[in-house]
Design a protein. Structure first.
Lengths: 154, 752
C-alpha cells in the first residue's frame, strides 16, 4: 500500500504496510535513526516524536495514523523550534547541564520535554514528574530535571 | 586474585605493541614499516602516532585513542584528560576516540607488561581464566568493566604515555635548538626555550622526536600542578547525543543490509524440534529462516517485518527436562546446598565454630536476592557481514571489542585477522555486553547468533532483540542466598561471623567485611542452574553488600546500639572507611529530627578500590507505600579525574541500585523467565527520584573505580531505613514484595 507522510518538513511516499509502526518507517525506511527503539509497547518513551506538536510514542503508532500530519523527529527538532542555531535551546541546555550518559534514551527525552516546555514554560517538579515518564537506565533523571529548570529560569 | 609484578621498564621498552619504544621506532620511520596502530589510525598526510594512544596531526591537534567503550561513564574524556595532563597539551587541541578493535590497542597488554606491583582488576583476570577463553584469546582482550578504565588504563597507561611523549618532544626541541633539555618546558601543546624565546608546536617537533627513544620511566606530574585533571570538563561524547546523530550499534546501515529477529524457545536449555517454515516464508519481505541452538531466526528486508514474522513462528521444542525449574525450586536448591556445606574457603580467621559454641548470644538470618536482567536501553543487536571471500565485517557496541571480534571469528569459523570490527556506541552496558558467560561457557548470545545467521545469508544482516527477547534471554545477575550466624559478646560486639552463600563470583572480596571481628568463617557453595548468568553493574557486590550491611544493621539493633555508631566502633582501625561513614552521616544529619513517619538507614561498602557510604531517608505511609526522599553519598575514590563525571556516575550507580532494590525481580516458572518488558520488569521514573547529594573525599589513595561502587550500598541503606521506619526487617529483595503497611493501620482496617 502507498502512504504519504511528512517528516521534518519533507514529504515521502512509501509503498509499505499501513500498519507498520511509524518508528520502523523512520528508522528502516527513511534512515532517521535518531528515534530509538526501546520497548515496542509505548512504555519507555525512547521512540517519542512530535505529531502536530504533540509528543507521540512512535513504536505503537501505525504509519497510516500520521498521514496528513506533521511529524518532527530529533533530527528536525532544532529547525522546528525556530532556532537559528544548529541546536534548539533545549539541546543546548542538555549540553550545558551535561545530561546524557549512554545517551540512548535522550532523543525521546528531549522530544517529550520540549512538548512539556511548550505547554508549561515553567513546570513545577510535580508537573515534570507527571509529564515525563520516559525511562533512562543510566539514571540521568536528576540532570534532566536540572536542565528543565535551567530553561524555565531564562 | 592473581597478582602479577613485572616492572615498569617492561612497559615502555619491552612492551612491544603497547610499549612506546618499539612503536615509535616503527611508526615514525616510513610507510613501509608502519605499525599495526599506524595502519589503523594514522592515515592522514603527515599524521604521526606519538605513543600507542596518542596521535599528533600537522595542525597540532592531539587525538587520544582510548581502548575502552564509553557507555555513558565518560571514560573517553577522562582518559584523554589524563594523557593530555601529563603531555602538557592544550585542551582545546585535544580530541578523543575509541581505539580500533586491534590487538595493538588491547588494554590486556598492560596487564602483561606493566603493573608496578599493582593488582590487576579482577575483571581482567577473571575473564582470562574463563574456561573457554583459552590462552590464544588472551591477546584479544579490550575490556571495559570492573570500573577499571581510569584506575588501570588511565593511571598506568595514559599518564605514562603522555609523560613519555612530552619528554620526547622536549628532547627533540633541545636538540634542534642545541640547548639542554632541562632548559625547555612544555606548555599548551608547545615546547618553549624561555631563555632564547624559541618555541615550536608539538606537531613541528614530532618528526624529530621520532628518532629518539622514549624514557622507560618518565617523570609524572605532581597532582598539585594539574591544570586539566580535577576540572569538571565537558564530555566529548555529549553533543552528538542531543541531536540524534550519535550512532549506536542498532543504528548501523550497510547498503544491501537485511534484518533479523529471533523466535526463542522460552525454556533455558531447550531445543527446537520443528517449526512452520513454509508458512513464514510466504510473509512479506521475509527472505530466509535460520535454525539456531536457541530458536529460529527470521531474515527480512525490514526489522518490523522480521519481528512480526518471528512472532508468527510456531516452535515445537524439546525442553530437555528443564521446564520444571522455578524460583522456588532454585531457592530450595540453594538452601539444600548451603545446608550440605560442601564449601570452598573464602575467609577463615580464628576459630569461628568454637567461638559460636561458647557464645551467649547468637543472631541468625537468611538473605536472598532474585535474578536481575540488565535491560540496557538499547536492545541487544549485532550486525555481521560475511563476504564471499571469507572476510567478515562486524558492527556492534561492545564492552570488549577485541573479545567480541575473537568470538565472532570462532563462531563463524574465520581467522581473527579476517574479521574487522567497527566499534559502535553502546546504549548502556552494565556488564551485559561482555561476550563471556563465566561458568556458562557454552551459553551463546546475540554475538554468536548474528554470526550464525550471517553465515547463511549472502548480505550484511542486522540482528536486533525485541525488549521481550532482552528481558527473557539475558545473562542474569544471579539469584543468591546467604546465611549468617553471628555471636555477640555481652556488649553486643560481634566475636564470630559465620557466613555461607551460594556461588562464588567476582570480585573475590565481595562477601568480605571491613569490620573488626576476631573469628570469621566465610565460605561459598556451588549451586548450578540452567539460568544463564553474567556480570551486572558491581557484580557480586550487588548481592553481598545488601546481605552484609543489612545484617550488620540487625546486629546493631540486637546490641541496642545506633547503626551508625555501631559501625563506627567496628571500623576504628579503618581510617578511610571511617572518614567516609562519618561524612555521609554528617551531611545527612544523622540523628537529627525528621518529619513524622520518616527514618534513615546507612550502609557502606568498598568496591573496586572506592569506598562509598550512603544514607537513605524514607517514609512509609499508613497504606504501606514506601518513598525514598533523599540519598546522601560520601565517596573516597582516591582522587577525582573529572568531577563532572564523578558526580554523574555516583548518581547513576545509586539510581541503578535503587531500581533493583525497590522493583527489580526476574522470576523463573516452568524453566522460563516470567517477566517480558518494562511493564512487568519495572524501572524507576522521574517521579520516583529521591534528591541525591554526592560528597567526595580526595584521600590521595590509589585511584578507585566509579562506574560501579555507588550501586552496592543503596539496597541496604534503604532497607535499613525501612526497618527504622516500620520495624520490619527486609531480608529479601525487591522491596515491592513486602507489605509495609503498619500493624496499627492493618488492625484499624480489620476493625472497620
Amino acid at each position: 500500500m502507498s502512504v504519504t507522510i511528512k517528516v521534518n518538513g519533507v514529504s515521502h511516499t512509501l509503498d509499505i504496510e499501513l500498519e507498520m509502526p511509524l518508528l520502523w518507517v523512520l528508522r528502516d525506511e527513511l534512515g532517521l535513526t535518531g528515534t530509538k527503539f526501546g520497548c515496542g509497547v509505548a512504555s519507555c518513551g525512547a521512540c517519542t516524536v512530535h505529531v502536530d506538536g504533540e509528543a507521540v510514542r512512535s513504536c505503537m503508532t501505525p504509519v497510516s495514523a500520521v498521514e496528513n500530519h506533521d511529524v518532527v523527529t530529533i533530527e528536525g527538532l532544532a529547525e522546528a523550534s525556530g532556532a537559528r542555531a544548529a541546536l534548539a535551546p533545549i539541546q543546548a541546555a542538555w549540553i550545558a547541564e551535561q545530561v546524557p550518559q549512554c545517551g540512548y534514551c535522550q532523543s525521546g527525552m528531549l522530544m517529550a520535554v520540549s512538548v512539556l516546555l511548550k505547554e508549561k514554560p515553567k513546570p513545577t517538579d510535580a508537573e515534570i514528574d507527571e509529564a515525563i515518564t520516559n525511562i533512562c537506565r543510566c539514571g540521568t533523571y536528576p540532570r534532566v530535571r536540572a536542565a528543565i529548570h535551567s530553561l524555565s529560569n531564562t | 586474585m592473581e597478582i602479577k609484578k613485572p616492572t615498569r621498564r617492561g612497559f615502555l621498552i619491552g612492551g612491544g605493541l603497547v610499549g612506546g619504544g618499539l612503536l615509535l621506532g616503527y611508526a615514525w620511520s616510513g610507510p613501509s614499516r608502519l605499525s599495526l596502530q599506524d595502519k589503523a589510525v594514522a592515515g592522514g598526510e603527515g599524521e604521526r602516532l606519538v605513543t600507542t594512544w596518542l596521535k599528533l596531526a600537522p595542525d597540532n591537534v592531539l587525538t587520544v585513542y582510548v581502548p575502552h567503550s564509553d557507555m555513558g561513564q565518560g571514560v573517553i574524556t577522562a582518559l584523554a584528560m589524563m594523557a593530555a595532563e601529563e603531555m602538557e597539551a592544550d585542551w582545546s587541541l585535544v580530541r578523543a576516540e575509541q581505539a580500533p578493535a586491534e590487538q595493538a590497542f588491547a588494554n590486556e597488554s598492560l596487564s602483561q607488561n606493566f603493573t608496578d606491583g599493582i593488582e590487576i582488576p579482577s575483571i581482567l583476570t577473571g575473564i582470562n581464566n574463563a574456561a573457554w577463553y583459552g590462552v590464544a584469546k588472551l591477546m584479544h582482550l579490550q575490556v571495559t568493566g570492573g570500573s577499571s578504565s581510569v584506575r588501570w588504563t588511565g593511571q598506568h597507561g595514559m599518564r605514562v604515555a603522555g609523560a613519555a611523549a612530552k619528554d620526547l618532544l622536549i628532547r627533540a626541541a633541545a636538540r634542534r635548538w642545541n640547548v639542554d633539555p632541562s632548559q625547555c618546558v612544555a606548555r599548551l601543546s608547545h615546547v618553549h626555550h624561555d631563555a632564547s624565546g624559541k618555541s615550536a608546536t608539538f606537531a613541528e617537533l614530532a618528526a624529530d622526536a621520532a628518532e629518539l627513544s622514549p624514557l622507560s620511566n618518565p617523570v609524572l606530574k605532581s597532582p598539585k600542578d594539574y591544570t586539566i585533571v580535577g576540572k569538571p570538563i565537558p564530555r566529548f561524547d555529549i553533543p552528538p547525543k542531543v541531536d540524534g546523530s550519535a550512532k549506536y550499534g542498532i543504528d548501523v546501515h550497510v547498503p544491501g543490509m537485511l534484518h533479523a529477529a529471533i523466535k526463542f524457545a522460552p525454556v533455558f536449555g531447550a531445543e527446537v524440534v520443528s517449526y512452520n517454515e513454509a508458512e513464514i516464508l510466504k510473509r512479506p519481505g521475509v527472505k530466509k529462516l535460520v535454525r539456531l541452538p536457541v530458536g529460529v531466526a527470521v531474515v527480512a528486508n525490514n526489522f518490523w517485518r522480521a519481528k512480526e514474522a518471528a512472532a508468527a513462528l510456531e516452535l515445537k521444542i524439546d525442553t530437555k527436562g528443564n521446564d520444571t525449574r522455578s524460583t522456588a525450586s532454585i531457592y530450595a536448591q540453594h538452601d539444600k546446598d548451603i545446608a550440605a556445606d560442601d564449601s570452598a574457603k573464602d575467609v577463615e580467621i580464628g576459630d569461628t565454630e568454637a567461638a559460636l559454641k561458647g557464645a551467649s548470644r547468637l543472631v541468625e538470618a537468611t538473605y536472598r536476592v532474585p535474578y536481575l536482567a540488565h535491560a540496557c536501553m538499547e536492545p541487544m543487536n549485532c550486525t555481521v557481514w560475511i563476504k564471499a571471500d571469507g572476510k567478515a565485517e562486524v558492527w556492534v557496541g561492545a564492552q570488549d571489542a577485541l573479545g567480541t571480534r575473537g568470538r565472532i571469528a570462532d563462531v563463524a569459523g574465520l581467522s581473527f585477522d579476517d574479521v574487522t570490527l567497527h566499534p559502535m556506541l553502546l546504549g548502556g552496558g552494565f556488564g551485559r555486553r561482555i561476550p563471556v558467560r563465566k561458568g556458562f561457557a557454552d551459553f551463546p548470545s546475540e554475538i554468536d547468533f548474528a554470526a550464525l545467521i550471517a553465515k547463511e545469508v549472502d548480505a550484511p544482516v542486522k540482528l536486533v532483540y525485541t525488549r521481550e527477547d532482552d528481558v527473557q534471554h539475558d545473562a542474569y545477575r544471579p539469584a543468591v542466598t546467604s546465611v549468617f550466624k553471628v555471636a555477640l559478646d555481652a556488649e553486643g560486639q560481634p566475636v564470630a561471623w559465620r557466613n555461607r552463600y551460594v556461588t562464588k563470583d567476582d570480585p573475590a572480596e565481595a562477601a568480605h567485611i571491613p569490620y573488626a571481628v576476631a573469628n570469621q568463617s566465610i565460605r561459598s557453595v556451588e549451586s548450578p542452574t540452567p539460568v544463564p548468568r553474567g556480570p551486572w553493574r558491581s557484580v557480586a557486590h550487588s548481592q553481598h553488600t545488601f546481605f552484609t550491611e543489612s545484617f550488620v544493621d540487625e546486629l546493631a539493633h540486637e546490641a541496642g546500639k545506633d547503626p551508625f555508631e555501631y559501625r563506627r566502633a567496628l571500623l576504628k582501625d579503618q581510617p578511610r572507611h571511617l572518614a567516609v561513614l562519618e561524612l555521609a552521616a554528617a551531611k545527612a544529619g544523622w540523628g537529627t529530627p525528621l518529619p513524622k513517619g520518616h527514618a534513615r538507614g546507612i550502609a557502606i561498602q568498598e568496591a573496586f578500590k572506592t569506598i562509598v557510604a550512603e544514607v537513605a531517608e524514607v517514609s512509609v505511609s499508613h497504606t504501606g507505600e514506601l518513598k525514598v526522599h533523599r540519598v546522601v553519598a560520601a565517596v573516597d575514590c582516591g582522587r577525582m579525574i573529572n568531577p563532572n563525571t564523578v558526580e554523574q556516575q555516583v548518581e547513576s550507580g545509586i539510581i541503578f541500585g535503587l531500581t533493583a532494590a525497590l522493583r527489580g525481580e526476574i522470576t523463573i516458572d516452568k524453566g522460563a523467565v516470567v517477566q517480558s518488558n518494562f511493564l512487568d520488569y519495572e524501572m524507576l521514573h522521574m517521579a520516583d527520584m529521591p534528591s541525591i547529594e554526592v560528597h567526595v573525599i580526595e584521600s590521595g589513595a590509589a585511584l578507585g573505580g566509579l562506574g560501579e561502587p555507588a550501586t552496592p550500598p543503596i539496597a541496604a541503606a534503604v532497607s535499613n531505613a525501612v526497618f527504622a521506619a516500620t520495624g520490619k526487617r527486609i531480608r529479601e529483595l525487591p522491596l515491592k514484595k513486602h507489605d509495609l503497611t503498619p500493624l496499627a493501620a492493618k488492625l484499624a482496617q480489620a476493625a472497620e
